[in-house]
Design a binder for this molecule. Structure first.
Ligand code: ASP
Length: 322
């Protein structure tokens, strides 16, 4: 009798263990200088609702067994289609009053990756990055060549005016008046997503309009695999936001993976250490990461980062400030 009970408990455990495969999503919507007193309750609610919508879209897919790459694209598409974030629709303006967008994606199981840089007419750059990864021999396509490729893959092409938003244009004008390249709050809103799917695979993606008043042709960390985005099933998936030049110089995302691989740091320890290196160089920004067990990290050295996560255990958080 005892034996039968023991066996049925084991079977029940195995069954529930199997049907509740572990998955998790972490997202960011950019890091920067944010103050509680200056951000109205209404705006906070608007940002949180959009982050929540993105997480919900991702979770639904993960529950249905979707793979990590598809989830990253679906989640980032939600944020790209919102004018709130500096990616897709809400991209910031370059010095020449046009929008140039960057995005990249990486799959942790194969180390396959794809990216687009300096594109000005692809509605969803993260989708184009995925196409580069899956349907070309290359990792990074830029400018006109990237647009032509995206068009051939059947992606939605828009005019550059599609990316116009009043608030981002006014940010550029303010900076042009001051002749400065960037104020601390004017280009916040890069978006990123890292996922552990129910098959145990990791993926990471990042999408941005870059930095307000950047030079025409400037490319940041976002489309650079190893700088703004990285994923390896052996270690973690990483997506970054911040002053891109520092992230490129540090090889930021790849360095986090390397510290886990070679120094046995946890995902949290590795992200903290990398943010320390960023701070030492006087760079600013943040990072999200997840490891193959679903441990997550959300670190930044600014006063805020739009961020959130959801786990198969039901644990969930959406936050803005430190
Ligand atoms: N990392 C982006 C870039 O430098 C900007 C950001 O994340 O705020 O293009």
């Amino acid at each position: 009798m005892k034996k039968a009970l023991f066996i049925s408990v084991i079977i029940l455990f195995a069954f529930t263990g199997f049907s509740q495969q572990k998955y998790a999503i972490v997202i960011h919507g950019g890091a920067g200088v944010m103050s509680k007193s200056r951000m109205s309750e209404e705006i906070r609610t608007e940002y949180k609702a959009k982050l929540n919508e993105a997480l919900t879209v991702g979770e639904k897919q993960l529950k249905e067994g979707a793979n990590a790459v598809d989830v990253v694209v679906a989640v980032i598409n939600v944020l790209e289609n919102s004018p709130l974030f500096n990616a897709g629709k809400g991209a910031v303006f370059a010095h020449n009053k046009r929008n140039e967008l960057d995005a990249s994606i990486m799959e942790g199981s194969s180390l396959n990756a794809g990216a687009v840089a300096g594109v000005d007419d692809i509605k969803n750059p993260i989708t184009a990055a995925r196409e580069v990864m899956t349907n070309s021999k290359h990792v990074l396509l830029s400018g006109k060549g990237a647009s032509e490729f995206a068009k051939k893959q059947g992606l939605e092409i828009v005019s550059n005016e599609y990316f116009y938003t009043k608030s981002r244009f006014e940010s550029l004008e303010r900076l042009l008046k001051k002749e400065r390249e960037r104020t601390k709050k004017d280009n916040m809103g890069t978006v990123g997503c890292v996922v552990l799917d129910s098959h145990g695979n990791l993926a990471a993606g990042t999408s941005t309009g870059g930095m307000t008043n950047k030079r025409y042709g400037r490319i940041g960390d976002t489309p650079i695999i190893g700088a703004g985005t990285y994923a390896n099933n052996k270690t973690c998936a990483v997506s970054c936001t911040g002053h891109g030049e520092y992230y490129i110089r540090l090889g930021f995302a790849r360095d986090i993976s390397a510290m886990m691989e070679y120094k046995n740091l946890t995902v949290d320890e590795a992200c903290r250490e990398e943010i320390r290196k960023l701070t030492e160089l006087k760079g600013t920004g943040g990072v999200i990461a997840i490891d193959a067990k679903g441990n997550i990290a959300m670190e930044f050295n600014t006063s805020g980062m739009f961020r959130g996560y959801i786990k198969s255990s039901g644990e969930k958080e959406i936050a803005i400030f430190k």
